[in-house]
Design a protein around this ligand. Structure first.
Ligand code: NAP
Length: 328
């Protein structure tokens, strides 16, 4: 009582993680500001339900002055930099734009914070794609070896965040998050592409789903579990970097098994086709994380299993078509 309400600015508010983090922070009593860029049609798919609870501010990570204005409007205690060109596949098509938004964007926000002058805690959304070609469980000491323009851009953002912490004594943390999915995952990502297709196959709207490499292995967590880790990092006495992962890896075939099981199909071979078009020029075959440090220092652990998550995703996609609230 009497304590000032904390204020948080989230970039990438309309993405998968933005809405979950906003919900989490509102629950903690924060005043939340979400940065979004202009779009010709406003569809806040993930945030519509938050429209009267948070304040939207206009800004773009490629526009330095707009970031300064967002800081002035929101006067935050904490900034969560979640915005990025986040689709790995797309980063080969638009490598320069990916570097500009995903890499330089973090630098611009850090510079804006420095210029703003007030002490602001900063969270950078780093990624397991920075490890890229890895052969064992990755932790905070594992060598980085990104395998995509996206991974390379994220590595720049990661190191500049660390460098500004060391150069200017800023309270900056990087969360090196392994893949996390949810009902709000963008439709172009393979997990959501599958659950959406399974829903459509179940409802007779589609015959099959065409995928790239089925042999990839990933450490898939549930996004709402992961946003808690972002917040925990900024509540510590000292800023630091943490790997966030489930520590379990699954193949895409496992993901397909769980998804089709939801609609009562055990042999899904006639519904799935492979096409090299969806394979990456340089893929990452194996990714699993060791989140021991986060467990010990933050007291964080994942709560949701892969099968629970996949169930929620397929169920949600079926419901979406039933309600005819189809956005895509
Ligand atoms: P997402 O759904 O792709 O959301 C990214 C958001 O960034 C979008 O809302 C997008 O806005 C916004 N954005 C793109 N370019 C921008 C620009 N120039 N200026 C301002 N905003 C811009 O990503 P996510 O899954 O929520 O992930 C959050 C962050 O964590 C991202 O940085 C991602 O790279 C990183 N990450 C994700 C995972 C994962 O598995 N999900 C794992 C590790 C790290 P529009 O809505 O206008 O397009």
């Amino acid at each position: 009582i009497g304590e000032k309400m904390k204020r948080a600015l989230i970039t990438g508010i309309n993405g998968q993680d933005g809405g979950y983090l906003a919900e989490f922070l509102l629950d903690k009593g924060y005043e939340v500001f979400g940065m979004e860029r202009r779009s010709s049609t406003k569809i806040r798919v993930n945030c519509q339900h938050l429209e009267d609870k948070i304040t939207f501010v206009n800004g773009d990570l490629t526009d330095q002055n707009s970031l300064m204005r967002c800081l002035k409007e929101s006067d935050p205690d904490e900034v969560y930099n979640l915005a990025s060109q986040s689709f790995v596949g797309e980063s080969w098509n638009t490598p320069e734009q990916t570097g500009d938004v995903t890499g330089m964007g973090a630098l611009r926000m850090l510079e804006a914070i420095r210029e703003y002058g007030k002490e602001v805690k900063f969270y950078q959304a780093s990624t397991s794609e920075m490890f890229g070609r890895m052969e064992q469980y990755a932790n905070e000491d594992t060598l980085f070896y990104p395998r995509s323009p996206y991974g390379v851009a994220k590595l720049y953002a990661h190191w500049i965040t660390v460098n500004y912490r060391e150069s200017y004594d800023m309270f900056n943390c990087c969360g090196i998050l392994f893949n996390h999915e949810s009902e709000r995952r963008g439709i172009e990502f393979v997990t959501r592409k599958i659950t959406d297709a399974v829903a459509r196959i179940h409802l007779g709207l589609q015959d099959k789903v065409i995928l790239g490499n089925l042999d990839i292995k990933r450490d898939w967590g549930y996004a709402p579990d992961y946003v808690e880790a972002m917040w925990l990092m900024l509540q510590q006495d000292e800023p630091d970097d943490y790997v966030i992962a489930t520590g379990k890896f699954h193949t895409l075939e496992d993901f397909l098994n769980h998804s089709f099981k939801h609609i009562g199909v055990t042999d899904w071979s006639k519904y799935v086709e492979q096409n090299p078009k969806f394979m990456r020029p340089a893929d990452v075959f194996y990714l699993a994380g060791d989140a021991t440090k986060a467990k010990e220092k933050l007291g964080w652990k994942p709560r949701t299993s892969l099968s629970e998550m996949v169930d929620r995703m397929v169920k949600n996609d079926i419901k979406k078509y039933h309600e005819k609230s189809v956005y895509y």
